[in-house]
Design a protein around this ligand. Structure first.
Ligand code: 6MZ
Ligand code: ZN
Length: 363
């Protein structure tokens, strides 16, 4: 494990509100006691549960959103979001993540005067205010200095971490709200926003709602990554692969034709092992598409062990196929993981694999 921690790593799939530390979550909860906004007894039950279904995980996200953005004033929300951004980046830096792409869904709270824009500004300011680690946040742009003051120098002892931001579209949003997010991302490009993600409850909504916004994002030079195949949905998976995003996340429920399409397209896959196992999206690590058990132990058929259908035996084995993949945390707070733990999990589960794949296999 120490080796996994000490190795410099790249994190490409981390949701800001999913990466919140337990202690921060509890601080935020305490801050809302007596306000009538939440019922503590109900909150505790959700927070303390270990294995959660996809539906329960999304219940927890609703709760986290209340904790971070359901306040009366935009100043209070800014403070919470700011704090959250600081802690999350510090945690990744202490795990020796050297390049971090953090994604978050811009949120509106009209009653507090909070807009998607002020939410993103709060995140950016939070990231800029970190002094414990040396954050390289803004891509080379002179104008950026007008918005943020430079960080104070504390010599060479601070760890350096490159942070870039992706703005997420939630599958519950309207097409207009998605377009607003894309335009905001374009506006915030000089300040470190580099792309768009499509996420949210995988059983909700129709992704084609967001196609105009996603196409516009791509035309304007933003990178696009999609949560794809987290649950079975053959038509959606095919259409998403046809769209040819820069990357996809999860890719758990691809069928044979999808695997073929994915492999020939070489679209890199963000692999989230713990997330997939904890949400039961994948039944066992031995049938995970990172590398199939049958390929490690030839001759042993999955259907004999797990009563899986025949076609699973021929499903994805992305590592073996040298497909571009990268290990990611998804929601390190919600799933009590870290990027080092994901590397350790992969090493323990799949044995002899080489760590160099993470950076070198990516486009
Ligand atoms: C477990 N697998 C997942 N599948 C799909 N979407 C997920 C997710 N995990 C997180 N999110 C998305 O990220 C939001 C939290 O971070 P932000 O508020 O954006 O910072 C969640 O509400 C959800 O929309
Ligand atoms: Zn995700």
């Amino acid at each position: 494990m120490e080796w996994c921690v000490s190795m410099p790593k790249v994190e490409l799939h981390a949701h800001l509100n999913g990466s919140i530390r337990d202690s921060t979550l509890l601080d935020l909860t305490e801050g809302l006691i007596g306000t009538g906004v939440i019922d503590i007894s109900e909150v505790e039950h959700i927070i303390k549960k270990y294995n959660r279904s996809v539906a329960e995980v999304f219940k927890l996200f609703d709760l986290i959103h209340i904790l971070t953005t359901d306040h009366n004033t935009v100043t209070r929300i800014t403070k919470e979001v700011w704090l959250l951004g600081c802690h999350v980046v510090e945690d990744f830096a202490s795990d020796n993540v050297v390049y971090l792409e953090l994604r978050t869904t811009p949120k509106r709270n009209d009653s507090a005067g909070m807009s998607k824009r002020s939410y993103v500004e709060a995140v950016l300011k939070g990231l800029r205010s970190i002094t414990s680690v040396d954050v390289d946040f803004i891509p080379h742009c002179a104008d950026s200095k007008s918005l943020f003051t430079p960080l104070p120098g504390i010599g060479h002892v601070r760890k350096r971490i490159y942070v870039r931001l992706l703005l997420s579209i939630d599958r519950r949003e309207t097409a207009e709200a998605a377009m607003e997010t894309v335009k905001l991302a374009l506006e915030m490009k000089p300040f470190g926003v580099i792309g768009i993600d499509l996420s949210g409850h995988p059983c909700i909504g129709d992704w084609t709602t967001y196609l105009p916004a996603l196409k516009f994002a791509r035309e304007q030079g933003l990178y696009v990554t999609l949560h794809c195949g987290e649950v079975p949905n053959s038509k959606e998976i095919k259409n998403m692969l046809d769209f040819r995003p820069q990357r996809i996340g999860h890719a758990c429920h691809l069928e044979d034709e999808h695997w073929r399409q994915l492999k020939s397209s070489k679209i890199p896959v963000e692999i989230c092992l713990t997330s997939n196992i904890r949400t039961l999206t994948i039944r066992s690590i031995h049938v995970h598409h990172f590398e199939l058990y049958t390929k490690i132990y030839p001759g042993i058929h999955l259907k004999n062990i797990f009563s899986e259908p025949d076609d699973l035996v021929d499903a994805g084995d992305l590592y073996k196929a040298k497909h571009p993949i990268v290990l990611c945390t998804d929601d390190s707070g919600v799933f009590s993981t870290s990027l080092s733990k994901e590397y350790k999990f992969a090493a323990d589960s799949f044995g002899r694999f080489h760590f160099t794949f993470a950076a070198s296999n990516l486009n």
